[in-house]
Design a protein around this ligand. Structure first.
Ligand SMILES: C[S@@+](CC[C@H](N)C(=O)[O-])C[C@H]1O[C@@H](n2cnc3c(N)ncnc32)[C@H](O)[C@@H]1O
Length: 425
C-alpha cells in the first residue's frame, strides 16, 4: 500500500510530508556522472519528456536558481551553511556546485521528515560521493554517519585504458539518532573460514571452534582469579565462568593448560554482512527483472536495505523513485511506501510492475520512447538504446500481466491518476 507523487520532490516533501513521519528514506538521485547514468528519454516528437530533460539540465548548470538556493541555504547559521560556503570557495560555480545546491535543500527536507528512529540511505557513485558525504555530515550530523557501503553494480568493463574500470556504487547510510532501527543481516559462512576455524566436532556431532577467554585488559582485579589451576585476568566473573564450566562449554587440553571456550557453529546466525556488497545479481537487458529503465536497481538490493532499517508496517520513502524498485521491495515486505518522481515516463515503467495506482494519464509507454543522449550530451551506448526501445511491453507480456489496450486501458489509467495533492496516510 502506498502513494505515488508525480512532481519535484522538494515541493512535494514540503507540501505533503509531516515532520518525523517517515521510517526509512532511500534515495538514488541523478549522480552528476554524465557517462553511464541518468540517460533520459525523448519522445519521438522530441517534446514529451521535457520535464525530465529540464530536470537534468537545470540540475547541473549553475544558474539564477542555483544562486538563489545557495543564498537561502547560507543565510541560516550552522553546519549546512558552512559546508555550502566551503564548497563554493573550492568549486566556484561549476556543475558540481550546481548539483550540490540542488541536493542540499532536499536532504534537509528528508532529515525533517525522518522519525528519530529513522535511517537514510543515499545511493551515489564516486563522481560526487565525497561531496555528498560532507553534505550529509552537515545535514544529518557527522556522528550519525553509519556506513559507506560499496555495492558492486556490474562486472568491470574493459574499455578504459587510463583508469581502473569502475564497477561499484556507493551507498551512504546515516541515521537520525542513536535510536535508529537496525537489524543485522547474516549471510552464509565462507566455507574456507569454516574449514580453518571450526575444526572440532563434539561427540554429538556439533561443530565448534575454540575461543580465548582471557581478558586483554590486564588491570581488572575483580576478574583476576584462579580457574582450573590457572590464574589469569579472565573475560568473565568467576560465577559466570563456573556456570560455563558446568554447562560443558569450557575446554582444557591438559591440566595446567589455559582453558578456552567452545564456540558452537549452530549458535551463530551466519556471517554478518559487511559494508562490501558484491553478491547481488546485476541487472542487464536479459534479466527478467529489467524494465529497460536506464538506472533501475535490483529489487534484492532494496529488500536488503528495507529489512535492515525498518519493520513491517513502517513507512518507506523514495523521493527519486524512478521505475519503482523501492516501491516494489517495500510492497513485498509489507511496508507502506511513498514514491516521488518528476517524470511520467518512469511512471509508465512503474505501472509495468503492477502499481497501477501510480499511472499518470499522459504517461507513454517506453516502447514509444527512446533515450536520446545523456546529460552531458553524449550519445548513449547502443546497448542502452536497444534495451530502452525493446522493453518492456511486448504484447505477450502485457497479456500475461493482464494489461489490455483500448477502453479497458483508458479506464484503468483514469482510475489510477497520480496522487498529486494527496495526503500522507
Ligand atoms: C537514478 S534514477 C532512480 C532509479 C531508481 N532507483 C530505480 O531503481 O528505478 C533518478 C530518478 O530521479 C528522478 N528525478 C530527478 N530529479 C527529480 C526531482 N527533482 N524530483 C523527483 N524526481 C526526480 C528522475 O526522473 C529519475 O527517475
Amino acid at each position: 500500500m502506498g502513494t505515488l507523487y508525480y512532481g519535484d520532490n522538494l515541493d512535494i516533501l514540503h507540501r505533503y510530508l509531516k515532520d518525523e513521519s517517515v521510517d526509512l528514506v532511500y534515495l538514488d538521485p541523478p549522480f552528476n556522472s554524465a557517462q553511464s547514468y541518468n540517460a533520459f528519454f525523448q519522445e519521438k516528437d522530441g517534446t514529451s519528456a521535457a520535464s525530465q530533460i529540464r530536470a537534468f539540465e537545470d540540475t547541473w548548470t549553475w544558474n539564477q536558481e542555483s544562486q538563489r538556493v545557495y543564498e537561502t541555504l547560507i543565510l541560516q547559521p550552522g553546519k549546512v551553511s558552512e559546508v555550502m560556503q566551503a564548497f563554493k570557495t573550492f568549486l566556484g560555480t561549476n556543475d558540481m556546485m550546481a548539483y550540490l545546491a540542488m541536493m542540499c535543500p532536499r536532504l534537509v527536507e528528508l532529515r525533517r521528515v525522518l522519525k528519530p528512529t529513522g535511517s537514510l540511505y543515499l545511493h551515489c557513485d564516486p563522481t560526487a560521493s565525497h561531496y555528498l558525504k560532507l553534505l550529509l555530515d552537515a545535514v544529518m550530523g557527522a556522528e550519525h554517519f553509519r556506513n559507506e557501503i560499496s555495492w558492486k553494480r556490474s562486472q568491470p568493463k574493459s574499455h578504459t585504458t587510463i583508469n581502473l574500470p569502475n564497477c561499484r556504487d556507493i551507498i551512504l547510510r546515516y541515521t537520525k539518532s542513536e535510536k535508529a532501527i537496525f537489524h543485522m543481516v547474516f549471510g552464509e559462512h565462507d566455507p574456507d573460514y569454516l574449514e580453518k576455524f571450526y575444526r572440532f566436532t563434539d561427540k554429538d556431532g556439533r561443530r565448534y571452534r575454540l575461543g580465548d577467554i582471557t581478558n586483554p585488559n590486564k588491570n581488572r582485579p575483580n576478574l583476576t582469579y584462579e580457574f582450573l589451576g590457572v590464574t589469569r585476568v579472565w573475560r568473565w566473573t568467576k560465577a559466570r565462568m563456573l556456570k560455563a564450566h558446568k554447562g560443558g562449554i569450557i575446554y582444557q587440553s591438559q591440566p595446567g593448560a589455559i582453558p578456552q571456550e567452545k564456540r558452537y557453529l549452530d549458535k551463530r546466525e551466519g556471517q554478518p554482512l559487511s559494508d562490501d556488497w558484491d553478491d547481488s545479481e546485476h541487472l542487464h537487458g536479459a534479466n527478467a527483472e529489467s524494465l529497460g529503465y536506464p538506472t533501475q536497481k535490483p529489487v534484492a538490493l532494496l529488500e536488503r536495505i528495507i529489512k535492515m532499517s525498518s519493520n513491517a508496517g513502517d513507512l518507506v520513502l523514495d523521493p527519486f523513485c524512478g521505475c519503482g524498485t523501492t516501491i516494489d521491495a517495500a510492497e513485498k515486505l509489507g511496508r507502506v511506501w511513498l514514491g516521488i518522481d518528476i517524470t511520467q515516463l518512469s511512471n509508465t515503467a512503474r505501472a509495468e510492475r503492477g502499481h497501477h495506482q501510480a499511472h499518470g494519464d499522459r504517461a507513454r509507454s517506453p516502447r514509444n520512447a527512446r533515450p536520446a543522449r545523456d546529460p552531458g550530451g553524449h550519445r548513449l551506448h547502443p546497448q542502452t538504446r536497444r534495451h530502452a526501445r525493446r522493453r518492456p511491453v511486448d504484447g505477450n507480456r502485457r497479456r500475461q500481466r493482464g494489461i489490455r489496450g483500448g477502453t479497458e486501458a483508458r479506464r484503468r489509467r483514469a482510475a489510477c491518476r497520480p496522487t498529486i495533492g494527496g495526503q500522507l496516510r
